[in-house]
Design a protein around this ligand. Structure first.
Ligand code: OAD
Length: 252
């Protein structure tokens, strides 16, 4: 891996970093990505499993799929990529972590704040009274869980196809992209908007945009620099370079 002099200088000195992560950062934790020959969308149909219409048609099937994914995600452990981002967060004064992932691995690695654009699979809420459950809900096959307060159907707190992203979270993510000096886009195919618009907006606003990915993506030619390889191997190097010239802030 070759790191440009510009990136090295930024890693050592910048006070303002924004990071966008996608499924690729969790691949090394054993969580399948969405696209590509091994991806979830090659084996399952999103229109049958990841939309509100699909849920209303067959809540038990959708819950069975989410129970399987929750189990996989809960058994997974954060990898060196997640941990490196926590180190960066403690080194940089203005650090924003935005994720498209619902797996909660950034928080489990110790990230103090995560802007979750697509929700979090560990949370569920009632579609009638909107009350969130406090525990992780796992469904029994053939049954969709219901709300203990009103009896309505519970759903996972994830953004499905056709649904609007949490607007305040999205606004905060765009604001951070617009003011950062260094933007890292990590393990995402850059095909799903509005998330994929964040690195583009950052570049328009003058940030140095660095992609970390095992493959070229739709975003590669629009980034300032691409680092080809696994997030779990590249990010610890970047965090080491950052820490060489700074003091880590104790986590609060
Ligand atoms: P994708 O599955 O589309 O892309 C994963 C990316 O990670 C690909 O570009 C891979 O090359 C890359 N990758 C794989 N392993 C990697 C590794 N070890 N290190 C670095 N990169 C690696 O996943 P996303 O871009 O996250 O939306 O997908 C975006 C959204 O599409 C998801 O949030 C989901 C999906 O439909 C919703 O559920 C709303």
């Amino acid at each position: 891996m070759t790191i440009s002099a510009r990136l090295e200088a930024l890693l050592k000195a910048t006070d303002s970093v924004c990071v966008l992560t996608g499924a690729g950062i969790s691949a090394e934790s054993g969580i399948p990505t969405f696209r590509g020959p091994e991806g979830l969308w090659a084996r399952f149909k999103p229109e049958e499993l990841a939309s509100f219409d699909a849920f209303i048609r067959n809540p038990a099937l959708v819950w069975e799929w989410y129970t399987y994914r929750k189990t996989v995600m809960h058994q997974a452990q954060p990898n060196p990529g997640h941990h490196a981002l926590v180190r960066m967060e403690r080194l940089v004064r203005e650090f924003t972590l935005v994720t498209q992932n619902v797996d909660n691995l950034h928080a489990r690695a110790g990230a103090a704040k995560v802007l979750e654009l697509h929700g979090n699979i560990e949370r569920s809420y009632c579609i009638e009274c909107r009350e969130f459950t406090s525990e992780i809900v796992l469904a029994t096959p053939g049954q969709a869980p219901t709300c203990s307060a009103c009896g309505g159907l519970l759903r996972p707190d994830v953004v499905w196809f056709g649904e609007v992203l949490p607007q305040l979270v999205l606004q905060e993510a765009f604001r951070a992209s617009e003011r950062c000096e260094l933007f890292l886009t990590i393990g995402t195919s850059g095909l799903v908007y509005p998330a994929a618009g964040l690195p583009l907006r950052a570049r328009e606003c003058g940030a140095y945009v660095v992609e970390v990915n095992t493959e070229p993506t739709e975003l590669s030619h629009r980034c300032s620099e691409t680092l080809h390889g696994k997030a779990g191997e590249i990010l610890p190097h970047l965090a080491d370079m950052m820490s060489a010239s700074r003091k880590e802030q104790p986590s609060s």
